[in-house]
Ligand binder design. Sequence first.
Ligand code: 7TS
Length: 412
Amino acid sequence: MNAPVTGILNIEQIREQFPVLHQQVNGKPLVYFDNAATSQKPLSVINALVDYYKGYNANIHRGIHTLAEKATKAFEDTRHSAKAFINASSEQEIIFVRGVTEAINLVASTYGRAFIKAGDEIIISGLEHHSNIVPWQMLCEEKQAILKVIPVLENGELDLDAFKKLLSSKTKIVSVNHASNSLGTINPIKEIIDAAHDIGAVVVIDGAQAGAHLEIDVQELNSDFYCLSAHKMYGPTGAGILYGKKELLEKMPPYQGGGEMIKEVTFEKTTYNDLPYKFEAGTPNIADVVALNFAIQFINQLGKENIGAYEHELLTYATEKVSALKGVKLIGTAKSKVSVLSFAVDGIHPFDIGQMLDARGVAVRTGHHCTQPLMDHFGIEGTVRASFAVYNTKQEIDSLVEGLDRIINFMS
Ligand code: 7TS
């Protein structure tokens, strides 16, 4: 495929680093537009996994032999890169988890269990993924706390006036996403964090849809917790980052008990390890954490600003073309969006569109995208979602548009 050189990014060269893109699906060149679910992986990440298992697989932290030391160094190197990636003030604030789902569950079941009491209020938003709803519902049920929801406006932005009215001395936690996976809305999280801090609440940011697209500076944001999944930012599945402010992590009880998270164990009493190890019980996902470093390097080398600018160009192009098609209604038209285009088509079920696009080699996601309350808000069962990454091209968007046009004409 003839991919352009756009701005300072050479998309052709970038595409060469992603072997999975170079295949036919159902007899057509693959067009991968399901990046919000998981992005593809560059060779550097794939090779990091192979190199680890071929060359220095060993358990970390406990060994003094050469392979164990090499594996430990590679694992801790990722912590070092992750700290810089989000500008944390210390590596002790970087906890490796499986992904955003585990990060939020960790906060809810440690900070939440320790500090939430009956009658306290937790605020989430109407834009949240189930993984930023259900852990808080479970906590509220256990503690007789109350879950409040920031309403969503017609264009898919949060109603910030309503949010500020929800805040009170009862609010203890505010947990919202940086960007919505279903609509792409980028939330004004600095404003949300500042308002929540004014009344003494702690803020959790779900950064699943931000990691590959938006600058993240946890110190500037003054975020208390920030969660990332490696697999949505060109990294492997099964690895993620929970950032937490050190003073909060210090006073939280551990998440899981076991090896690595302890200082000393007797049958009478166990003392816990220092941060971050207090929250990393058991053998971690060494290979995937090691490979995450290469994903971070991939993003850093391209530059988030360049990635964001190019993806914005793709989103603008796709928005224009898709919204011009017969019967298409865009769902989510916020002023500020990551590269997610959600839409419905009059009289055609999203699932049918997804299947017919797949027959043309175009991979999109259809359904509720794990945001059922948001779909209910719009009175729909689901959407068709095309989400773009830095290796996508305008020609690929043309394939999507051509496919949609044919499907719409065929079905109507
Ligand atoms: N939060 C948001 C905003 C997400 O988009 C997702 C995954 C999660 C949390 C959960 O992340 P995980 O890595 O722990 O699974 N979103 C999607 C999606 O949009 N389609 O598939 C997964």
